[in-house]
Design a protein around this ligand. Sequence first.
Ligand code: SAH
Ligand code: SF4
Ligand code: F3S
Length: 457
Amino acid sequence: MTKRVFIKTYGCQMNVYDSARMVELVAPLGYAPSDSPRGADLVILNTCHIREKAAEKVFSELGGIRHLKRAKERRGERMIVAVAGCVAQAEGEEIRRRASFVDLVFGPQTYHRLPEMIARATRAAGDGVLDTSFPAEPKFDHLPAARAAGEVSAPLTIQEGCDKFCTFCVVPYTRGAEFSRPAAQVIAEAERLAEGGARELTLLGQNVNAYHGAAPANGPDGGGEWGLGDLLRALARIPGLDRLRYTTSHPRDVDDGLVAAHRDVPELMPFLHLPVQSGSDRVLAAMNRRHTADDYRRTVGRLRRARPDLALSSDFIVGYPGESDLDFRATLDLVVEMGFAQAYSFKYSPRPGTPAAAEKQLAEPVKAARLAELQALLQQQQGAFNAAAVGTVMPVLFEKPGRHEGQLVGRSPYLQPVHADAAAAHIGDILPVHIVGVRGNSLTGAIDDGRGREAAR
Ligand code: SAH
Ligand code: SF4
Ligand code: F3S
C-alpha cells in the first residue's frame, strides 16, 4: 500500500528547494506526496527561524499534528512526525522537550539522511532521532541525482550558509558556514531540470553572489574557481533555459564579473533582489553589514549602467536597537532615491543567540509606526512600477492555471504575476502579453496576437 508524506514549508526559497529534495528522498521508500497532514504516514514541517513569528507558527502547527497522530494511533496506525529546517537546527532540544511526540528533528545540513532516520524511527518506537550536526561532507554529494520536478520555473541551490554574521541574523547559526557547490554539479542539475521542462532557473543561496565554486575540471578554468558571473554565463548556454535569476545577494559581493553578466547575458532577467536593510550608516555599521548607504548607491549605479532596465527589490529592517528617528528618515530617503519595484520590510525581531538581541530594544509602537510608514512608501513605489507596465507588451512565462477557467498565470521579466486568457497548452511558453490592468500586486493582460492594442480586452 502506498504511504503518504505531507510536507509543510516555511521560510525562504532554500527551504522550498530542500522540501522538494526531501519528497524525492522518500519516494523510493514508497511515500507519495499528499496535500494534507490528515491520514499522512509521514509529516514533515520544514521550518524557518528568521523572525519570532516564524518559530511560533511551528509550535502551534505541531499542536494540530499531535491530535492527528493520536487519532491515527487509536486506529492502530503509525504517523512519523519530523521537524526539519532552521527551527530544528536552532531549537532541536527545545522541540524534543516541548513536543515529545515528534519522532525526527534534523537541520538543513542533514536531511539527506532522512531514509535512514525514518528506518530508525520505525524500528525504535518512541525514542526519536535528533540530528543537528554539520557534516564535513556536503549533503549535495549524497542527494539523489534525479530531479523529477517538471516545473516550468525551478529553484536550484548553488550556495549555502553564510559567514557574514549580521548582528540580527540566525542564518550563520542555522545553515552553517558558507559553501559553494562545484560548477559541474550545478550545471548537471540545471541540464536535468531543462530536460524536464524548466524554462527558468532561480539560483539560490543565503549569500548567492558570494558563490565561488570549483570550476569544471575539463574546462579552461579547471583547477580554479568560478564566481556567480561565470556560472550564469555557462547556464545561459543550456538549451531550453531562457530565464535566469538568483537570490539572495549581498551588496558587498557584487563583483565586476557579475555586473558584466548583467550586461552580456540576455537570459539574466532585469530584476534583482538586493537587500539593503537600512539607509543609515550608523545602523548599517551596528548591524555589521559592512557596507554604507553610499556603497549601495554605487553598486546599484554600476548595475544600472550595465543593464539600464534593471528593477530592484530589497529587504528592510526597522526598529533595530538604537535606530533613531533620523536613522529611519535616512532609510526613507534611500528608498525614495533608489525606487524599488517591490520590497519586503520587517520589524526587528530579537533572535536568541544573536548579538543584537542583547541590546536595549526599541518600544513596540515605535517599530510599528516606522514599519507602517515605510510600507506605505514601498507600496506606493510598487503601485507606480506596476502601473507603468500598463500599455506595454511584456514577455510572460506561463507557469500554471489561473483563478478562472481558461486563464493562466505567468511572470513578467520583473517577476510580476501576470494573468491572461490562454489555453493550458501554453504552460511553459514565453508569450508576448499586452498589459491592460493592475489588480493588487498582479497584472492582467491579453496575449498579443500581432493585432496589437485592439486584441486586448
Ligand atoms: N541573506 C540575506 C537575508 C536572509 S534573511 C541578506 O543578507 O540580505 C531575509 C530577510 O529577513 C533579511 O534580509 C532581513 O531583512 C530579514 N531579517 C533577518 N533577520 C531578522 C530579524 N532578526 N528581525 C527582522 N528581520 C530580519
Ligand atoms: Fe544573515 Fe544575510 Fe547577513 Fe548572512 S548576509 S548574516 S544571511 S542577513
Ligand atoms: Fe528561514 Fe532558515 Fe531560510 S531561518 S529564511 S528557512 S535559511
